[in-house]
Design a protein around this ligand. Structure first.
Ligand code: HEC
Ligand code: HEC
Length: 288
């Protein structure tokens, strides 16, 4: 086998490698491949000159374009902040009704309200405001203190039984613990509450309980039991319960009282955020 054998069929040199009589031609690599290879080298050198690339001991080569991702992100954030502050200014100056009527402002308020809700409110009211025993559902149309935008905004600002001087406040007595009613009177009035909420009840006891209700409960819950928003007294004649509508739960509420606390947010969240929250809560589905 010679060093530079020429293949008879193609007239090309072989590499000298041979397997079972099959020889390998020494063909050059295609031109297009070679040129692409040169282009990548040129690109690499140009990139190294133009952009930050070579690490030095305490620094790095900045490149003639001086580009920096950090600076680019900072600029993006500035821009987003400027966009937001325009929206925030508009929210500050608009009433809740105006916010609801202007689509881009409304979308901005709901998005901001949603994220503020998941940070500040969802621990108690659940993700999406679905509520939990003792913490009202905010997306149904049963409201204890009111479901109009301004009422929701005010509840958020001052809280309920909170330490805010203007807090929404009312205290249901603990009828058994404070000895305002006997055990039997409590049982009777519980049967009456079961009756007006359309649940199975003992008829005679409920009839006796009606008198107790009129004397002890109607000042807050009204004669009909449908509640009173001025006083934050919930409707007892529907199927929606804050603490539970079973015989045992109602007996517990009447005997010991509950008096849940909702914190005030005036000092913790600025007005724009509170307006966004009120818009979001109102838009959850139960707003009036
Ligand atoms: C520590 C628990 C807690 C947190 C946190 C909380 N809430 Fe409440 N919230 C309550 C309780 C308890 C009530 C019901 C009080 C009552 O009337 O018995 C309530 C009631 C409300 C009501 C009145 C509902 C009605 O039917 O009238 C609104 C509106 C409300 N919360 C919105 C919010 C928003 C918005 C946030 C977040 C900024 C928030 N809450 C954070 C506990 C909480
Ligand atoms: C001074 C006003 C007041 C009086 C009087 C009062 N309540 Fe209430 N009641 C409330 C308030 C306010 C709440 C809800 C707030 C809370 O406790 O967190 C409530 C809640 C309830 C609940 C819980 C409702 C639910 O959705 O879980 C029941 C049941 C109830 N009251 C029954 C009675 C009965 C029965 C009487 C009379 C024996 C009575 N209340 C008297 C103010 C009153």
């Amino acid at each position: 086998m010679t060093e530079h054998e020429i293949d008879e069929v193609t007239g090309q040199q072989t590499t000298g490698h041979e397997w079972d009589g099959i020889k390998e031609l020494n063909s050059p690599i295609p031109r297009w491949w070679l040129y692409t290879f040169y282009v990548t080298i040129a690109w690499g050198i140009a990139f190294m000159i133009a952009m930050p690339s070579i690490p030095l001991v305490n620094d790095y080569t900045k490149g003639v374009l001086g580009y920096s991702q950090r600076a680019a992100v900072r600029a993006d954030i500035e821009e987003a902040r400027a966009d937001q502050s325009a929206f925030r200014d508009r929210i500050e100056q608009s009433s809740l009704e105006e916010i609801r009527d202007i689509p881009d402002l409304f979308d901005f308020a709901v998005a901001g309200g949603k994220s503020a809700f998941s940070v500040n409110c969802s621990q108690c009211h659940g993700a999406g405001g679905a509520g939990a025993p003792g913490f009202p559902n905010l997306n149904d149309d049963a409201w204890i203190w009111g479901g109009k935008p301004a009422e929701i905004l005010d509840t958020i600002r001052v809280g309920i039984r909170s330490d805010h001087p203007d807090t929404r406040f009312n205290q249901m007595p603990a009828f058994l613990a404070d000895e305002l009613l006997t055990r039997e009177e409590v049982s009777n009035v519980v049967e009456y509450v079961l009756k007006i909420s359309d649940q199975s009840h003992e008829r005679d006891a409920a009839a006796r309980g009606q008198t107790v209700f009129r004397e002890q409960c109607s000042s807050c819950h009204q004669e009909s039991g449908k509640g009173n928003r001025e006083l934050g007294a919930p409707n007892l004649a529907d199927a929606i319960w804050l603490y539970g509508g079973s015989r045992d739960e109602i007996r517990r509420t009447v005997s010991l009282a509950r008096n849940g606390v909702m914190p005030a947010w005036e000092d913790k969240l600025d007005e724009v955020t509170r307006k966004q929250l009120a818009t979001y809560v109102h838009a959850l589905g139960g707003g009036e």
